[in-house]
Ligand binder design. Structure first.
Ligand SMILES: NC(=O)c1ccc[n+]([C@@H]2O[C@H](COP(=O)([O-])OP(=O)(O)OC[C@H]3O[C@@H](n4cnc5c(N)ncnc54)[C@H](O)[C@@H]3O)[C@@H](O)[C@H]2O)c1
Ligand SMILES: NC(=O)c1ccc[n+]([C@@H]2O[C@H](COP(=O)([O-])OP(=O)(O)OC[C@H]3O[C@@H](n4cnc5c(N)ncnc54)[C@H](O)[C@@H]3O)[C@@H](O)[C@H]2O)c1
Lengths: 208, 208
């Protein structure tokens, strides 16, 4: 199959190509994609070759065609519904983020166990539901992905409830490694890792 | 220098190694690191070799030593101060996130241009300041990194103010590509990209 590290770069290529599309660029070479994506041309060509994309020697790739193929590879042909578990500061910020729909996702359900929050209507016609109703909520809202924004101390139990409800894809923000069946895909959000990359550059470029 | 893609994996290795440390693991092989980090053993060895880390053939790496070296490579010997610009839902969620300090960072200043927010005391002894005072705030708070959580429409202007204030490292959440001098490092936070990786797996593993 496609190597994990390649899979992780595909959404980034897609984002860059959509930007090129908006600039009415028709053809792009691997060097340009690499510059926009922060990698090198050889890596771009290698990654895209796993998708059967080989470009035209000396010219590059057709932008529109590559966007369509990448979106198909990433399973983005239809909007996927998301549940957010944990309507705290971060959960509310993510639920309110309108930018997800352009990228193929819609938050259609929000769950919490705080009695003060359950039953509260929020934007998008959503009402915060009790975690007790998670499995029903998955069916009612055709939930395919879950975003976990609860405290670390409860994250494992929450993730198990998510999986028991039939969800196979989790974006976890809680700083707690989840132990789940191998057919469930978990992405660990880690903003501190991004800050550490920046810290590397401060040391490397400025001796700070 | 160290290749960009390697730099991006180092914080992930560090996170996994710190977890091993907490489990009192003394020695770890590249295969184990790879499993925890979601890559392959050859990639781990290659990445670590750029740091002059070659492990002991047949044994692996000393966990404590590797943690120290990775932290040093990432410039994490002293805590770095962060300014958050845009104290909206996401900015407030990030400012309140206590987990940054364990990873080497402290939010010491918050800026906004909303008159209702400027002057508001928030947690950690911080008072929201006016964006007009950004350059002074950088000096007063020894700011080395900026997190941008303002709307996309103002992100470029905000980033220019950040750079003019002397900050060389930016984590940008606004869905707007920033055009800045080449000595400034920008990391683009992109949660939708994580969701798209999950979408790939739903298609690949379940035909969804
Ligand atoms: N990964 C990152 O970079 C990053 C950044 C910021 C926050 N975080 C993490 O994200 C999580 C949320 O942060 P926050 O600032 O929004 O916290 P918060 O305390 O504001 O929100 C947590 C929410 O979870 C709810 N909750 C608690 N237990 C629950 C349960 N059993 N079932 C359902 N809901 C439950 C609470 O009622 C609350 O609404 C934390 O784990 C935090 O450490 C991670
Ligand atoms: N990258 C991602 O995955 C992701 C996820 C969620 C949100 N976002 C983005 O993060 C940003 C913040 O989202 P949010 O939901 O917190 O928005 P928000 O509207 O709640 O907050 C924006 C804040 O910026 C302030 N602001 C506006 N103009 C300013 C200026 N010129 N100077 C200083 N402050 C200014 C506002 O007063 C407000 O407090 C948006 O760009 C949003 O699209 C990105």
């Amino acid at each position: 199959g496609v190597p994990p590290l390649t899979i992780q770069r595909l959404p980034l290529y897609l984002r860059c190509l959509i930007q090129l599309q908006s600039q009415r660029v028709d053809v792009v070479n691997s060097q340009r994609i690499a510059e926009l994506a922060g990698t090198n041309a050889a890596q771009v060509r290698k990654d895209l070759s796993y998708l059967g994309e080989f470009g035209v020697r000396g010219l590059g790739y057709e932008v529109d065609s590559l966007v369509v193929h990448l979106a198909r590879w990433l399973g983005l042909q239809h909007t996927r519904n998301i549940a957010i578990i944990g309507y705290g500061r971060l959960g509310a910020a993510l639920q309110g983020y309108g930018g997800l729909q352009d990228r193929g996702f819609l938050v259609t359900a929000v769950f919490d166990n705080d009695a003060e929050k359950v039953g509260m209507p929020i934007s998008g016609g959503i009402v915060v539901e009790s975690m007790d109703r998670f499995a029903e909520g998955v069916k009612e809202n055709n939930i395919e992905l879950a975003i976990i924004t609860v405290p670390a101390s409860v994250a494992q139990g929450i993730a198990e409830t998510v999986v028991a409800g039939g969800v196979k894809a989790i974006l976890n923000f809680a700083p707690q490694r989840l132990e789940l069946p191998s057919d469930v895909t978990v992405r660990q959000a880690d903003l501190a890792a991004e800050l550490q990359i920046l810290s590397y550059h401060l040391r490397e470029d400025f001796g700070l």
